[in-house]
Ligand binder design. Structure first.
Ligand code: FA5
Length: 350
């Protein structure tokens, strides 16, 4: 019987030496230690042996099985290593010291305008806040004095998730959280709440040259004792003159938003047509850019702030429209198009 075991081992070694790839290796594995393999078959011979012989032979077969298994594993590693070496040898040679001839990328015009606004407001003591794009009905509407079934909801249809949450239709959706975050510092340390929060907004509405279903706004709030409309106008004027670095014609007219009282629409004279009227400004010569107003007492209350003690202003700057005006982009849809022709023009800006 020992001879038979030896024979099987020798024929396995001869076969293994010829194996060159994983496929052949699997074949020989099955041929020797598979269910009907030569090593396994040896065990069937045991039935004709005495008990003593069975024991010795069984042990010998097990040792052989382990050896075959080990040799197959070793061969597998060897083949893998050879495959890696072959793959590496096929890689084209290149000189890492040659400078790359790639075109520099660029920031998106909205990012550029956003960063510029952030710098302006930071220099005036505002913090920059980040907020989720998915919010609750309470955050986006109810905390802003827009209860369920309020007609103001019609102006901002958005996209709803199955769990009742929604894609925020306005950056105002972060107001409640910001008031709650900073109210203790306001009460205990007398620190005014001064925050801006830029973000992506979504609306389920038809698109045209000045409307997109996905666009950016930048909200700003300031809450302290004795904040008035004059503070609001000062910050709006400073921001616009810094962004455009020239005098811009603006107009302030009454505007209705349930979360401010009084509320205003701040429009700028269209910089695409110089105020003559064009598709970018819906032929009116003016572009709605930054609605604003004094924060409604109910909104302050919902944020845990006593409106008899504190007042504040809020604004909702249309960042995407600001980018259009600053860079002379006639159609808002170009900004979301991913068109390199449009976007590569901004390469040299920081
Ligand atoms: C609001 O979203 C209010 N949350 C703004 C606000 C904040 C008012 C704080 C008072 C106090 P409105 O829907 O008008 O308001 O949008 C604000 C600005 O976002 C617009 O002036 C415009 O510049 C921009 N905007 C609105 N809808 C779109 C759109 N579909 N595409 C591009 N920009 C838009």
């Amino acid at each position: 019987m020992a001879e038979k075991t030896m024979e099987v081992k020798e024929s396995f070694l001869v076969g293994l030496a010829k194996v060159e790839n994983m496929e052949e290796l699997e074949k020989i594995r099955v041929e020797y230690i598979g269910k009907k393999g030569h090593v396994t078959e040896l065990l069937k011979e045991m039935k004709n042996l005495s008990n003593e012989e069975k024991k010795t032979f069984g042990q010998a077969v097990n040792v052989l099985k382990n050896e075959v298994n080990d040799m197959i594993n070793a061969k597998r590693e060897e083949i893998k290593q050879k495959e890696i070496e072959l793959e590496n040898s096929r890689m084209p040679e290149f000189d890492v010291s040659i400078p790359a001839n790639l075109k520099r990328g660029s920031y998106h015009p909205i990012t550029l305008v956003q960063r510029q606004c952030e710098e302006i407001f930071k220099s005036m003591g505002f913090t920059v806040e980040d907020y989720s794009e998915i919010v609750t009905d309470y955050e986006c509407f109810e905390s802003l004095n827009i209860p369920k079934n309020h007609p103001a909801r019609d102006m901002q249809d958005t996209y709803y998730l199955e769990n009742g949450q929604l894609l925020k239709s306005q950056t105002s959706a972060a107001q409640n959280a910001i008031y709650k975050k900073y109210k203790d510092a306001l009460y205990n340390e007398g620190k005014a709440i001064k925050a801006i929060f830029p973000g992506r907004c979504f609306r389920n509405e038809a698109t045209d040259a000045c409307h997109e279903n996905t666009f950016f706004q930048m909200e700003g709030v300031m809450v302290d004792k004795n904040i008035s409309i004059s503070n609001l106008i000062f910050f709006m004027k400073t921001m616009l003159s810094e962004v455009f670095q020239k005098d811009i014609k603006v107009r302030l007219r009454p505007g209705f938003f349930p979360f401010v009282e009084p509320g205003f629409e701040l429009d700028i004279s269209c910089l695409i047509c110089g105020g003559d009227g064009c598709p970018s400004c819906k032929h009116s010569g003016w572009l709605e850019l930054c609605p604003c107003g004094m924060i409604h007492p109910e909104v302050l209350k919902a944020g845990g702030i006593d409106p008899d003690e504190y007042t504040g202003f809020a604004f909702g700057l249309g960042l995407t429209r600001l980018a259009m005006m600053k860079y002379g982009v006639k159609d808002i849809r170009d900004l979301n198009s991913g068109s390199l022709k449009t976007l590569s023009q901004f390469t040299d800006d920081k």
